[in-house]
Design a protein. Structure first.
Length: 667
């Protein structure tokens, strides 16, 4: 049977294994898809950089002149020629300033289709005019508001505004303290500029949104796993993903009230430093290094930078960008180098994909640092927008793999545990059967002892006293016959009470009626037996059956010997109880001469009361001289013992009456 069960479970086990493998493949496929997506985004960036020059005319130089914010440049303004891309810094104590930027491009013929100008990177927006005609405005900083545009802007040019020869583009803008820039100014047909604008918008804005969304999903997924099962690496990944979401917020919020400028800057520096620190600690932990001083050094480095920013506000920004941010890159680079050395030496180290992703992220961080310092020309895209999420995915890959491995181990452990539980259940079942057998044997021994005691006190005592009278010659033959009949009745009564086939009280009472009715009829008495409305069986304790039978027998015998009644009635009824157990009421009544006072305290009535007390029943005797006697017995309906105990009331081999009598005589 066990072999059949095992063979039946094998398909289920194979199904679970295949399901787990399939689930693991799905997870790994998702991660691989995400990695391919970010690599595709990198390819798009390279492709867009190569295609922009083919689809548009890029303006290489620009002229600069300061103005009053919101005002046009003076006619006699002095213009300074500068190269694009253009980046400049403004001091913290400088108020809102204005500037006019003038660019020129040449057309061989006047176009007959719509043209457009694309500003890939214009941090402060501005009011744009072509040949002295206004074509559009991008929101600029004001005393109550600040802007920091990172998305590209596309403005259409009506072909009637363009002329053959030199055309002038004028950008009027304003700025306050901090870093500012203008780069990637292109002109061309509206169709060509639209394609370039879509690519640039995807790389500078959409890609940032996608990275923030992916980081948010990783935060939720692994955060829930970390809450269910706290793990250091899970916590680090969750924290790094949450920090990346905050860092992305800084780049996605481009227009804000002036009061938010400080807090957005704080979020940027805190999240950037926190992300670099967490990734550093994750690399060190995966490389087997878990030094407390590494964490303290990282926390101290974060505290120094953020404390400087809080203390000096925007005045500290140039120093943080120039020295503090490179320190973060260097710290992460040292951790990467340490992990790489551990990998090359065959020690505990991160996997190859994480090392590669970290190397790409370090390169992207260096690229962005040089870009913000104005040391890279020809590009405006921040590479960390796609390298950061790629690093998060690479860090999540070994954690997912470990999670799947833990699930498989848990499944194996659960199967082993279930097998052990089944073995323990079988052992407990065998022990329980032994215990039941032991209890059954104890019940048999107790039942034998009880029967022996009852026969010793009843039948044995009666036979012993009768034997003594016979030996003395004090009784006649008729009296001896009467004594033997009564002894046989007692013996049969005991047998009826303990017989397996008639274990119930009602069956035993029926046998008693069958024996007593002929004797009472021979004495001129009518036995009326009323047991209507009773269930088929009364659920009472088997130990109470014999005492009840003896009480009824004693009552009927007394009525037969002493009452001189014409009718003896036995009434059995059930008294229902609302909340507690039910009661059985048993009455034996006759219409004889009653019991005199000297007979009320007789030995038979005393025995009846003792038997009633032994089974916690209530016995009541009512008698009226010349009118009759009523013996009432009232006892509770109690649950019977277990089948094993109730079935053991009859000792094996039956009842040896002669052995019992001989034992009584020897006592």
């Amino acid at each position: 049977m066990q072999a059949g069960v095992v063979s039946g479970l094998r398909p289920l086990v194979r199904f679970l294994d295949s399901a787990e493998s399939s689930w693991r493949e799905i997870v790994m496929r998702r991660i691989a898809t995400s990695t391919r997506f970010w690599l595709f985004a990198l390819g798009v960036a390279i492709f867009s950089a190569s295609m922009s020059s083919a689809l548009a005319e890029e303006i290489k130089g620009i002229e600069w002149t300061p103005t009053v914010p919101g005002a046009a440049p003076a006619l006699d303004a002095k213009w300074t020629t500068l190269a694009l891309p253009l980046r400049w810094m403004a001091q913290e104590d400088a108020s809102l300033q204005g500037v006019a930027l003038r660019a020129k491009f040449t057309l061989t013929t006047a176009p007959d289709e719509a043209w457009a100008i694309l500003l890939r990177h214009a941090t402060d927006g501005g009011r744009i005019s072509v040949n002295g005609r206004f074509i559009g405005a991008i929101r600029t900083p004001s005393p109550e508001h600040d802007v920091r545009w990172r998305r590209p802007h596309l403005l259409a040019i009506d072909p009637s505004l363009l002329v053959a020869g030199e055309n002038i583009v004028l950008i009027q803008t304003s700025y306050r303290s901090g870093s500012h820039g203008l780069a990637g100014v292109e002109v061309g047909t509206l169709a060509d500029m639209s394609l370039s604008y879509e690519r640039q918008f995807f790389l500078s804005s959409t890609l940032t949104w996608i990275g923030a969304t992916m980081a948010g999903l990783i935060t939720l997924l692994f955060g829930v796993l970390w809450l269910r099962r706290p793990d250091r690496l899970l916590g680090l990944l969750t924290l790094a993903s949450a920090l990346w979401v905050f860092r992305s917020t800084y780049f996605l919020v481009e227009s804000m009230p002036i009061q938010m400028r400080f807090w957005l800057g704080f979020v940027y520096y805190a999240s950037s430093c926190g992300f670099a620190t967490v990734m550093t600690l994750a690399l060190m932990r995966l490389s087997g290094r878990r030094e407390r001083r590494d964490e303290l050094f990282s926390m101290g480095f974060i505290a120094v930078g953020l404390g400087l920013y809080v203390a000096a506000a925007q005045a500290a920004t140039p120093y943080l960008d120039q020295y503090w941010i490179p320190g973060l890159i260097a710290m992460a680079g040292i951790a990467w180098a340490y992990a790489l050395i551990c990998r090359l030496r065959g020690k505990e180290a991160p996997n190859h994909s994480l090392l590669l992703a970290m190397a790409i992220a370090l390169g992207a961080a260096v690229h962005d640092y040089l870009l913000t310092r104005g040391q890279l020309l020809g590009t405006t895209m921040l590479a960390l927008h796609w390298a950061g999420p790629l690093l998060l995915v690479a860090l999540a890959t070994p954690l997912v793999d470990r999670f799947v491995r833990v699930l498989r181990e848990a499944e194996t452990a659960r199967a082993e545990l279930e097998s052990r539980v089944r073995e323990r259940e079988q052992l407990l079942k065998r022990n329980y059967e032994r215990l039941r057998e032991s209890e059954r044997l104890q019940a048999i021994a107790a039942e034998r002892s009880r029967i022996m005691q009852d026969m010793h006190d009843g039948l044995g005592s009666q036979l012993l006293s009768s034997l003594m009278l016979v030996e003395r010659g004090a009784v006649s033959n008729d009296q001896v016959a009467q004594i033997l009949r009564e002894s046989i009745d007692d013996m049969r009564l005991a047998i009826d009470a303990i017989a397996v086939e008639d274990a119930g009280l009602l069956s035993a009472l029926g046998n008693l009626r069958f024996r007593m009715e002929p004797r009472m009829r021979a004495a001129g008495m009518e036995l009326v037996w009323d047991a209507r409305g009773l269930p088929e069986e009364l659920d009472i304790n088997p130990d109470a059956v014999l005492p009840i039978l003896r009480i009824v027998q004693e009552a009927l015998t007394n009525a037969l010997k002493h009452s001189r009644a014409r009718i003896v009635q036995v009434l059995i009824a059930i008294e229902k109880s609302g909340s507690g157990p039910d009661w059985v009421s048993l009455r034996v009544a006759d219409n004889g001469r009653g019991i005199t006072e000297e007979r009320v305290g007789g030995r038979g009535l005393i025995n009846m009361r003792n038997r009633a007390a032994r089974i916690s029943a209530f016995l009541k005797l009512d008698t009226v001289p010349g009118a009759g006697t009523v013996v009432g017995l009232r006892f509770r309906v109690e649950p019977s013992k277990e089948d094993g105990e109730s079935a053991s009331r009859v000792p094996p081999g039956g009842l040896n009456t002669e052995a019992v009598i001989e034992r009584v005589r020897r006592q």
